[in-house]
Design a protein around this ligand. Structure first.
Ligand code: ADP
Ligand code: ZN
Ligand code: ZN
Length: 723
């Protein structure tokens, strides 16, 4: 009898072990193949890890094992769906992120192929194959047979030439018809050249990258310094040598602009892979790579799992971007996976950014990574930046829009140039407060103030999505006298429109882009010059390249500093620098106005000067004092449950256990705000040896006996946000 060990997702427990099943006669299942198996009166899909042969019968083996061995219901794939490299990658990732192997396998595949899905049919096409030409009688049938002698053809093609013929021939036994998964046609390599000469800076950057002995290169260059051109040059070179190339970009920069730039350079040789594709499209792009029909993939985070087998280069553009870290289990970082895969393929990884993470820059100056710099912008010098002290403006009665920024906007409107205004907060106001008793309306399910959305006259919780009408009496005192405080994009839009009634303004935030292609429509309208001002949240801070934009205004630039998160300064710096980079990309000089309350903060001052290196030095000092990354590694473990005692107790026990490890500094448990009616507690571990910390957490995790329905345990290795 043949037995297989199968990874499955247990419906109740987070287990990381295989279950043993017996193969029925005639079934074959090697490593990486999916099977359907019975579990707790359900049938679930799992991945085969390996198998063994036994002389015992099912009953005998069950008796020996001490539990009933069941039979595999169905073997789903003929070939392993994950090749050896990807299979190993899944196991490695599970270990690194302390998550079940099955969760990693699932996350690596497009959902059409994920184990749990019912496997909706992919696009299949029907082909006609000639089996017996002697049976053709009529002229029409003979004509069809002649055609089929040259090879199998699509049923639809055949019927186009000889109407209704396929059914006739099949009935006679002349042909057989079979189904085959659709493949896109193979496209010849057709790479265009750039229509401008490279700058000497770009040339020397490319040289340095090609000649570097390091596996990882940090390409540090201002926005608009020509990094993307460098990627494309290197990619073209690899493709011409028959290698595959992966270019990873944050969700936000996969704009129509970026895509069309890539497509016009690489033609049909490129696959685009991102979260806006539907299941079928993702599946098709995945197959294109698997079948070697494209050599370049441009994609967001999950594209890092594409089934390449001969990678020549990986680029991670805007390597500091938060979207590279997955914020649900498995909490992997795309950069780590990219570097791991590159090692397997013996190829280089290029990390590009104007504002690298402190981790990457620190590695670059310690010579772990090769540091390559682009110090000049291609078309223009950096925009001129102005820091506006809003405390002083408020004393003059300008609460939202400062005088200098107002003047600058008017000037652009008069000169038919465009502006981008950034406010990283959607909604109308951020809180609704009772004038009489001071009560702030909070989300009934979270410990968070609800935002007021004037458009819909609603209150919304931006954390859990709960909505309610804003027409209400104060639940404390019954008054109906509300104060709306704080500034969101809706209110900013209103204010700007009031000041400049003639201006055409587009608003872009999570509310206005909800519908399909919402993003794209707004950006395209702006690009066509149908608006003077584009106003929005951090969505508009990155990646956009509009030559007619000569002014960028940033409102409440220091709002993010108020968070307790250890990365808040880095995030603020990044946002200001990136947003500033949208100004003056064409031939006219650009200007940037940054409005802030705390103008002395180094994060704000240095961002306005675009001085990354000084920022790095300042910020490293703060990280050093606080024992934060890149000096120490961190693992955060969060416990959440509707049952407060249970969550608190488990967090407490975990803290006690970790404290026994003298190589780890254990902080907490601390109580976090409630979200979606769940109480949350968190323990944070800090230490110098990441591998050892992971081992410790694994040991603890494997000893846990808890049901997912009662309590959730969220383990985050190298957490990106900690607030
Ligand atoms: P980054 O990726 O650093 O923001 P890009 O590669 O997008 O910079 O370059 C910024 C702009 O300059 C783009 O519009 C690009 O087409 C153009 N560009 C890039 N390299 C050159 C060059 N050598 N000569 C002229 N224009 C260039
Ligand atoms: Zn009240
Ligand atoms: Zn909520």
């Amino acid at each position: 009898m043949h037995l297989v060990n199968v990874w499955i997702e247990h419906p109740v427990m987070d287990l990381n072990r295989t279950f043993t099943y017996a193969l029925k006669d005639g079934m074959k299942a090697q490593r990486g193949v999916r099977v359907e198996v019975p579990l707790l009166s359900q049938s679930v899909t799992g991945f085969v890890d390996g198998g063994e042969e036994t002389d015992l019968s099912l009953e005998e083996y069950s008796e020996k094992a001490g539990y009933e061995i069941k039979e595999v219901i169905r073997v789903i794939d003929d070939e392993p769906i994950l090749n050896e490299e990807l299979y190993e990658l899944g196991l490695w990732m599970a270990h690194q992120t302390v998550s079940p192997n099955i969760a990693c396998f699932q996350c690596m595949l497009p959902s059409k192929m994920k184990p749990r899905s019912n496997r909706k049919a992919s696009v299949v096409e029907y082909y006609v194959h000639l089996i017996d030409e002697t049976k053709a009688t009529s002229e029409k049938q003979k004509g069809a047979v002649e055609l089929l002698k040259q090879g199998d053809i699509l049923r639809s093609e055949l019927n186009k030439a000889f109407t209704g013929i396929s059914a006739v021939l099949e009935k006679k036994g002349t042909v057989e018809i079979y189904a085959k998964e659709r493949e896109a046609g193979y496209s010849e390599l057709d790479i265009k050249e750039a229509d401008y000469p490279l700058t000497w800076e770009q040339i020397s950057a490319i040289d340095k990258i090609n000649n570097s002995e390091k596996d990882v290169i940090l390409l540090h260059g201002l926005t608009g310094s020509g990094k993307t051109e460098v990627y494309m040059q290197l990619a073209a070179r690899k493709c011409r040598r028959g290698k595959q190339v992966l270019i990873l970009v944050p969700e936000i920069s996969l704009t129509p602009q970026m895509v069309s730039r890539m497509v016009s350079r690489f033609g049909a040789n490129i696959a685009i892979y991102h979260s806006k594709l539907n299941d079928q499209q993702r599946y098709e792009q995945y197959q294109l790579v698997r079948n070697h029909q494209v050599s370049i993939v441009v994609g967001t985070r999950s594209a890092v799992f594409m089934p390449f087998d001969d990678l020549g280069l990986i680029v991670l553009d805007e390597e500091h971007d938060h979207s590279y870290k997955q914020d649900s289990s498995p909490r992997y970082h795309c950069r780590d996976v990219a570097i791991h895969r590159a090692a397997h393929h013996h190829c280089k990884v290029i990390l590009g950014s104007a504002t690298p993470t402190l981790e990457s820059y620190a590695r670059a100056i310690r010579n772990v990574y090769e540091l390559v710099e682009l110090k000049n912008r291609i078309h223009q010098n950096l925009p001129t930046s102005h820091l506006i002290d809003m405390q002083a403006q408020i004393r003059r009665g300008n609460y939202i829009l400062s005088e200098p920024l107002e003047k600058a906007i008017r000037n652009r409107l008069n000169n038919h140039q465009q502006c981008i205004l950034l406010l990283n907060r959607r909604g109308y106001t951020t809180i609704m407060k009772c004038r009489k008793c001071g009560k702030v309306i909070q989300c009934p399910h979270c410990d968070i103030a609800m935002s007021y959305h004037k458009d819909e006259n609603k209150l919304m919780c931006h954390t859990c999505g709960t909505e309610m009408s804003a027409e209400m009496d104060c639940p404390e005192c019954g008054s109906r006298n509300w104060i709306h405080q704080g500034l969101g994009t809706q209110r900013l839009y209103e204010t700007i429109q009031d000041k400049f009634p003639e201006a055409r303004i587009l608003r872009m935030d999570a509310d206005t882009t909800r519908k399909k292609n919402g993003h794209q429509e707004i950006l395209e309208a702006f690009e066509r010059g149908e608006a003077d001002i584009l106003l929005g949240t951090q969505m508009i801070a990155k990646g956009l390249d509009y030559p007619n934009v000569t002014l960028v205004g940033i409102f409440n630039a220091d709002a993010l500093l108020g968070r307790t998160d250890y990365r808040s300064v880095e995030v603020t710096f990044d946002l200001i620098v990136q947003a500033s980079g949208r100004s003056g990309r064409g031939h006219s000089a650009g200007e940037v106005f940054v409005q802030a309350y705390d103008c002395h903060h180094y994060g704000i001052r240095l961002a306005v000067r675009q001085d990354y290196v000084s920022f790095f030095k300042n910020e490293m000092e703060y990280r050093h004092i606080g024992d934060y990354p890149p000096y120490k590694y961190m693992i955060a473990i969060c416990f959440s449950s509707r049952d407060q005692n249970r969550a608190q107790q488990l967090a407490w026990d975990a803290g006690e256990q970790f404290r026994k490890d003298e190589n780890i500094r254990t902080l907490g448990p601390s109580q976090l705000g409630r979200i979606l009616d769940e109480y949350r507690y968190r323990v944070v571990l800090k230490g110098a040896n990441r591998d050892q910390m992971i081992e410790t957490v694994w040991k603890w995790y494997e000893g846990l006996q808890i049901s997912r329905q009662q309590i959730k345990v969220r383990i985050d290795v190298d957490p990106y946000v900690l607030d």
